[in-house]
Design a protein around this ligand. Structure first.
Ligand code: PA5
Length: 446
């Protein structure tokens, strides 16, 4: 069985292999801090050995609830934001037929809420759900996130109106803290089925808990394979794996060395639109983990070749503060061959008989060469195939590298104090009880 592979060769004309390998001792220290729990944020290390601690019995329990929801619902709404949403969506989008949501027969259709406060979005979702048999997976670790709680209140009201309170109870599942928070209280009171988000797993590291696993199973994907892939990567990135053989160590070292050399922005690149939300998940993982203490690589993501026609100019010739990490899929799951056309009016007969993926791969290769010529260091992460197993590998690879990378940078990768500032202002402006003093102060500034 192959594994995902990291290749940093296209960065080595900007930084040397010796510079990357110069991180070996520091990476070893960071690994030890993670595995011994002696570093900053050590109360949030539950993700570290999570894959190998997941039992088949636990996965069966999740699948049982997932299958029940699948059998009852035409549509399942996943309500959650940030780490309580992006992991599930990234897997479901990556593995679903791109047009699944248009296929009436697809059961259930997965839709998302609680990740924005757009009134039109909620109104249109509500309209779409009218008369449909729908279920809700409400995911919030704190149980008090406004975006999610607000959407859930609206959806719960609609569901109870459509099917009655007793039936709604069977169609709602809550994923939240074991004991704390408004969602736990509400779930207990209403008798919803629940799953627990472990205390020591932060939102952006929670995709392999029921936060990600339940919606992914409801969408019909193989969570056992997802976890098996993550388990394999846990082994490949283990504390005692030599630096040169540990992809998470090499990735963390390379991006930190590039950062030290003025490359302040990392762009995660994909060549398949299905991977868009993997980029969103990755941005959150690295953005929230490293962007603090006035430091941190800015994580951006693009979908090529689409974005070559929008961002391509900037990447090729804009400020030289960027590097790219390309997720490359070795073998696509489907096959389309370019047809021959007798008239060749579009001039494309030179591609006739070739697979579309060959064109995509040549675009990828052409872009790497052009961007490296344009002074943009590149790394490549090759996935043998887009499936649950390799996505599981990818998740754990990025998580482990993120823990190491955050410690290399000298920050606490497991907190997110900066996310609170907007919440305080919003609550003050909305006159939330308990924010009276802040309310007066902020209103005086308007
Ligand atoms: O990674 C994080 O901690 C955040 O992105 C949270 O997941 C997000 O804010 C949602 O929080 P909660 O699950 O408490 O609703």
């Amino acid at each position: 069985m192959e594994n995902i592979k990291l290749n940093i060769d296209k960065s080595l004309s900007f930084i040397s292999k010796e510079q990357v390998y110069g991180y070996e001792a520091k990476v070893k220290e960071c690994q030890a801090m993670l595995h011994k729990g002696t570093g900053l944020g050590n109360d949030f290390l539950g993700w570290l050995n999570l894959p190998s601690s997941i039992t088949d019995a636990f996965l069966n329990e999740i699948m049982e609830v997932a299958n029940d929801l699948r059998s009852r619902c035409e549509v399942v709404v996943v309500a959650g934001i940030g780490g309580s949403y992006l992991g599930a969506r990234s897997v479901i989008d990556a593995l679903s037929n791109s047009f699944a949501w248009l296929q009436e027969s697809k059961n259930p259709v997965m839709v998302y809420a609680g990740n924005n406060i757009g009134e039109d979005y909620l109104a249109e979702l509500s309209e779409y759900l009218k008369g449909k048999k729908f279920g809700i997976i409400n995911i919030s670790k704190s149980g008090t996130t406004t975006e999610t709680a607000l959407a859930f209140r609206i959806l719960k009201t609609q569901l109870e109106e459509q099917v009655g309170k007793a039936e709604a109870q069977k169609l709602i599942v809550a994923v939240t803290d074991a004991a704390k928070g408004a969602l736990r209280t509400l779930a207990t009171q209403e008798g919803y089925r629940t799953f627990v988000i472990p205390d020591n797993v932060g939102g952006r590291f929670s995709v392999l808990t029921p936060v990600g696993l339940l919606p992914i199973a409801v969408a019909g994907f193989d969570i056992k394979q997802l976890v098996a892939g993550a388990q394999k990567m846990e082994e490949l990135c283990g504390e005692n794996v030599p630096f040169a053989e540990n992809p998470a160590a090499i990735y963390a070292a390379t991006r930190n060395e590039l950062y030290s050399n003025g490359k302040k922005i990392e762009i995660l690149v994909n060549y398949h639109p299905k991977l868009h939300y993997i980029g969103e998940w990755w941005k959150q993982l690295y953005g929230e983990s490293e962007g603090k203490d006035l430091k941190g690589i800015f994580p951006a993501a693009v979908d090529y070749s689409t974005d070559l026609h929008s961002m391509g100019q900037w990447v090729q010739e804009g400020e030289r503060t960027i590097f790219e990490t390309v997720i490359s899929i070795k073998n696509p799951n489907k096959k389309v061959v370019v047809p021959t056309d007798a008239d060749n009016l579009d001039g494309l007969n030179f591609l006739a008989g070739k697979r579309v993926d060959e064109v995509n791969k040549m675009a990828e290769l052409g872009v790497v060469i052009a961007h490296v010529d344009g002074q943009v260091p590149n790394m490549q992460i090759e996935m043998p195939q887009l499936n649950e197993y390799y996505i599981g590998q990818l998740f754990y690879f990025f998580e482990k590298a993120c823990g190491i990378s955050g410690y290399l940078l000298g920050v606490n990768p497991f907190n997110q104090p900066g996310v609170e500032a907007y919440k305080k202002n919003m609550f003050a402006l909305l006159d939330k009880p308990g924010y009276e003093k802040e309310s007066e102060a902020i209103k005086a500034r308007l």
